[in-house]
Design a binder for this molecule. Structure first.
Ligand code: NAP
Length: 314
């Protein structure tokens, strides 16, 4: 029997063309006729789709959840494991795009691009002045990378090119960090030393709220926080207070909690705060590669084979 899989309506159909030869594809869970829910063996999910016991209960034959993201905090892994449902993600292919965006945010914050561009556009650019829109030079400053995984390392490589010193805090030692001249330090030391703190840990119970009021208070006065990991890693109320008080020079967030952040959220108006709509991996080639990997995982899972990129618990 041809396996029945469900894909999200948001993904362009031609990115998922490899499924057509081997599966019956229904676009959107809501489009699956109720009697056919019990036939669904594969689900391609996005990070915006919570996958937990409620959803799984509707899909009793499900064999695989293939997330089109490297992060998988939207999926309850225990619930999947209890049903022997394989879970896949798309690591690696989005590393460069996300690291590029991280550097774009870092540079934009350091050089006040958002403020300068709106001043130019809105008539506040009267003349060249020696002390207008002064930012921070990167050479010689310290970047603190929290989570030296694939993206954290790729950010370090880029930051080296700008003459930055690098330190990192991670669960384990990373010998490859020597190539970056990077030193592993305790989290508190990183906060105290870094002019820029960039977050690259997954969202887990341990990392949720990791950048809380206490952590923000330990950051170097005038430092800049960059978050391209997940919104809930940062206590946004505490961040707002730190920005308003001028404790931090700025923050650049690709991810927030919730997403989207309501346009009237006070962080949008906080001094030095730049927020973009979760575009870390948003290049066309990257998103196509993510879809390709998600299809490979989905096909392997529906055929009962090991996933090329399975999420490992723990
Ligand atoms: P990765 O290679 O698995 O790296 C994550 C690193 O985080 C690991 O090296 C791990 O450290 C470290 N880590 C985990 N828990 C930690 C903790 N409690 N304290 C300190 N370090 C911890 O993943 P990646 O591909 O770099 O992606 C990282 C995250 O970025 C993803 O989980 C996702 O949420 C986010 N992301 C966002 C976007 C976007 O569009 N903004 C795009 C892609 C990914 P050890 O190796 O030392 O154990």
């Amino acid at each position: 029997m041809t396996p029945l899989v469900v894909v999200p309506p948001e993904v362009p159909g031609d990115w998922l063309a490899s499924l057509d030869a081997e599966c019956e594809v229904i676009v959107g869970l809501d489009a699956v006729p109720a009697p056919r829910l019990s036939e669904v063996v594969g689900l391609l999910s996005l990070l915006t789709m919570p996958v937990g016991p409620g959803l799984l209960a509707r899909l009793p034959a499900l064999r695989v959840v293939s997330n089109m993201a490297v992060g998988h905090d939207n999926i309850e892994l225990e619930a999947c494991a209890a049903r022997n449902i394989a879970v896949g993600n798309t690591p690696g292919v989005l590393t460069d795009a996300t690291a590029d965006l991280t550097m774009a945010l870092l540079l934009a914050s350091a050089r006040r691009l958002d403020e300068a561009a709106s001043d130019a556009r809105e008539g506040r650019w009267h003349t060249w002045t020696p002390d207008g829109w002064l930012g921070v030079s990167l050479r010689g400053t310290t970047l603190g990378i929290v989570g030296l995984g694939k993206i954290g390392y790729a950010v370090g490589e880029r930051a080296r090119g700008f003459g930055m010193q690098i330190c990192y805090a991670s669960r384990s030692d990373h010998p490859e960090a020597e190539e970056l001249g990077a030193r592993r330090v305790a989290f508190d030391e990183l906060l105290a030393r870094a002019d820029f703190v960039s977050l690259h840990v997954p969202l887990t119970p341990e990392t949720q709220g990791m950048i809380n009021r206490d952590a923000l208070a330990r950051m170097k006065p005038g430092a800049i926080l960059i978050n391209t990991a997940r919104g809930s890693i940062v206590d946004q109320d505490a961040l707002l207070d730190a920005l308003r008080a001028g404790r931090l020079r700025g923050a650049a967030l690709d991810v927030t909690s919730p997403e989207p952040l309501p346009p009237d959220h006070p962080l949008f108006a906080a001094p030095g705060c730049l927020i973009v709509p979760h575009i870390g991996s948003a290049t066309e080639s990257t998103r196509r590669r993510m879809a390709e990997l998600a299809c490979m995982n989905l096909l392997a899972g529906v055929h009962g084979q090991p996933l090329p990129h399975a999420v490992v618990r723990g």
